[in-house]
Design a protein around this ligand. Structure first.
Ligand code: AMP
Ligand code: MG
Length: 477
């Protein structure tokens, strides 16, 4: 089980060679057998797994490292870096399938600033659950290979059990990595990062006329696709700082993220997002804002003359709105069983959303109520405005592809189960006192989010009134 280190061919300002901190008593609490199999990591021997993850005795040959990056956090530029993550290397399945394996909670690095480099068991179990749920929802995401208790205590408001989470991703290069190169490095450093990123993630761009421009455009499209997928399932990332947006277009950095229950465009759960910068409805605007920061970082590579570089960047970023509108409505219309796109149809989506907002309907369950005629869980659905809307929608479907075809499409786009906040909390609270049952049931259910027939009604119910009003999520704990 050999790991590679292609990232270390970059100039050394992009990383620090550092070993994961020794753990007192590493113990595999959760293991993702399916992902191990998918990746072709062929062992179920705990000691071998811990050695592979660099959590057993130190391996002098492993060139483990932390990545440097910068980022705009809530709009403000800062130099950051992996302060509590150590990259243990790249797992190469085939040249096209190269994955970083990174230990989140792996200990202090030179980028840790005041932090301890550690993570709590509860936060890592939460990331495991939500990232695996996202994957099952067919949304690009980092994956979680395991949760490993360290045997150490982590001091937060009080002492908690510590853990590390080996995170698997196409690449951890983020918008913030480019911002770092632009602010701290030379043009050669920036160019090296750009070439490396293209070779690694988007090799098809190598032969384009202006690869940096093509990269910007490609990242824009993949992030638009990603954020519209978040909107499809009611996901709120919660901390869309530029250091948390991957160039690969994968969701990652599961901190204060959560799934919305009752539909409201302003929904925010994160305790630190007091102004709602990363609220549900703002995710597209922030995506564009972040891409503008990427464009700025790439300027010297877009054209040798600054004015021309700015013009290229502006042209690309100015196409964001149209691409977003098309992709977002295309995605939302699939939830209604529709594959066409027109202004009338856009209105059909908007009307439903405003009815949902007015009636305070559950986002997931409203779509389920039209996907599955036998679905009865949404009490407010007798509303006249909703019934009028539903008639209009039914007439449209009947005059086109027909209800059976539409419903088949809707079943693939409307999840029956999302990891609802109250269920996640209940499962995590039980997990940290040693009971795995609720967690395993929730994980199993979330791993089959589109299968209606076998699901227990518990997983489809929105929480009691006021649960969400008081529900707060926290960054990396
Ligand atoms: P995040 O909010 O997870 O995106 O983290 C923002 C920055 O803080 C990154 O540079 C992290 O590596 C760093 N960070 C978060 N938690 C810790 C911690 N416990 N110790 C050291 N650095 C941390
Ligand atoms: Mg982060």
């Amino acid at each position: 089980m050999i790991l590679e280190y292609s990232y270390l061919k970059l100039p050394n300002l992009f990383y620090e060679l550092v070993k994961p901190s020794a753990c007192k008593k590493p113990e595999i609490a959760i293991l993702n057998h399916k992902l191990m199999q998918e990746l072709g990591i062929n062992t179920s021997n705990s000691q071998e797994i811990l050695s592979f993850l660099q959590l057993a005795e130190p391996n002098p040959d492993a060139q483990t490292f932390a990545q440097a990056y910068a980022g705009h956090q809530f709009g403000h530029f800062t130099i950051l870096g992996d302060g509590r993550a150590v990259n243990i290397g790249e797992w190469v399945q085939t040249e096209e399938k190269r994955y970083d394996i990174q230990l989140k909670g792996g200990g202090r690095t030179k980028y840790s600033r005041g932090g301890d480099g550690k993570a709590t068991y509860k936060a890592m179990v939460r990331e495991y659950l939500i990232s695996e749920a996202m994957h099952a929802l067919n949304i690009p995401t980092s994956r979680s290979l395991a949760v490993i208790k360290t045997g150490d205590l982590v001091q937060r408001e009080m002492a908690f059990e510590g853990a590390v989470l080996p995170r698997v991703m196409k690449s951890h290069i983020r918008i913030g990595t480019f911002e770092f190169a632009r602010h701290v490095g030379t043009i050669e450093d920036l160019s090296a990062l750009c070439n490396y990123t293209i070779n690694r993630i988007y090799p098809q761009l190598k032969t384009t006329e202006n690869p940096a421009a093509a990269l910007l455009e490609t990242v824009m499209v993949s992030q638009i696709n990603l954020v519209s997928e978040w909107m499809r399932v009611g996901f709120i990332h919660g901390v869309m700082n530029t250091d948390n947006m991957a160039i690969s277009g994968e969701t990652f950095d599961y901190g204060p993220c959560a799934f919305m229950n009752t539909y409201h465009p302003n929904t925010v759960y994160s305790s630190i997002d007091r102004d709602g910068r990363y609220a549900f409805k703002n995710q597209a605007n922030i995506c564009k804002w972040n891409l503008t920061r990427l464009a700025e970082a790439l300027l010297p590579l877009l054209h040798i003359e600054q004015e021309k570089a700015i013009a290229i960047a502006q042209e690309i970023i100015s196409s964001f709105d149209q691409i977003w509108v098309n992709q977002y409505y295309k995605t939302m219309l699939l939830k209604l069983g529709i594959t066409e796109l027109s202004l009338d149809l856009v209105e059909l989506v908007n009307e439903l959303l405003s009815i949902m907002e007015k009636l305070q309907l559950d986002y997931t369950n409203t779509f389920l109520s039209i996907t599955y005629p036998q679905f009865l869980a949404e009490p407010n659905i007798r509303d006249e405005g909703f019934l009028t809307w539903r008639n209009k929608w039914e007439n449209y479907i009947e005059s086109g592809s027909g209800m059976a075809t539409a419903r088949t499409l809707m079943q693939k786009n409307n999840p029956v189960c999302i990891p609802r906040n109250h269920l996640v909390e209940e499962a995590l609270d039980d997990m940290i006192i040693g009971n795995k049952g609720l967690f395993e049931q929730l994980l199993n259910t979330c791993q089959n989010p589109y299968s209606y027939d076998s699901i227990s009604s518990k997983y489809m119910q929105s929480p009691e009134e006021n649960f969400d009003v008081n529900y707060k999520t926290y960054c990396g704990t």
